[in-house]
Design a protein around this ligand. Sequence first.
Ligand SMILES: C[S@@+](CC[C@H](N)C(=O)[O-])C[C@H]1O[C@@H](n2cnc3c(N)ncnc32)[C@H](O)[C@@H]1O
Length: 243
Amino acid sequence: MFDFADYSSYGERFSEKYDEWYGSFDERIIDRIEEMAAGGSVFELGIGTGRVAIPLAKRGLRVAGMDSSPAMLEKLKQKKSGEQVTVEVGDFASFETDEKYDVVYIIFNTLFALHSQEEQVNCFKCVEKILKPGGKFIVEAFVPDPSRFPGGQTVRTVDLKEDNVKIECSTHDAAGQLVTSQMVDISDGGIKLYPIKIRYIWPAEMDLMARLAGLQLEERWSNWGKASFSASSGMHVSIYGKA
Ligand SMILES: C[S@@+](CC[C@H](N)C(=O)[O-])C[C@H]1O[C@@H](n2cnc3c(N)ncnc32)[C@H](O)[C@@H]1O
């Protein structure tokens, strides 16, 4: 039974499909994080199947991370070089680590997986505590667009093939900044549901969360190629620094 309130539910449900559906990504992400870490140590929040963490470890960085889902971490461990990454099961709403890091990063909208503003602010505070002086916190996220939800809902065809269709059905709570979705995967084998719930954060709100935690926005790009961010950007890569 899926439970939105249980932060391990997403990964436990998605782990079988995750790399098939989301395996390809902008590989400049690896270059940017490597540059910022400058040969040091990095920690990924919501490390998942290690899509980004494993390539970073192969480039010689010390890579560690946390995820709420044992099933996602099991996928990471099964991969070639997965053993080079240190992982732990945990909740990035509230955590601490023994070590301090040069870079902490959270990508692919994963900060939005926390369902309350309070938890998101607390996440920033926890990150500040595990960063070395001069360390960076990198966040990749989409820029919210409430116009995607006319009448508070939307239905979108994600993929369509001869023998399969994936449809995403979502409802939107504008006051709570919450989007609740079902990815509906339909094939001859039957129908499978993949639930997702997020609380999106506006870029300015995120900067305030960082300031509450003692971190300052240093750079904001609209992609991993460092393109400048503007009012029409659909996503952002934000770099927060610790003094
Ligand atoms: C969208 S996936 C991203 C995985 C990985 N960062 C990547 O880019 O491939 C989100 C990940 O965050 C994990 N997650 C969600 N909520 C979490 C929480 N509160 N604490 C720790 N991990 C969480 C999920 O289990 C999942 O592995």
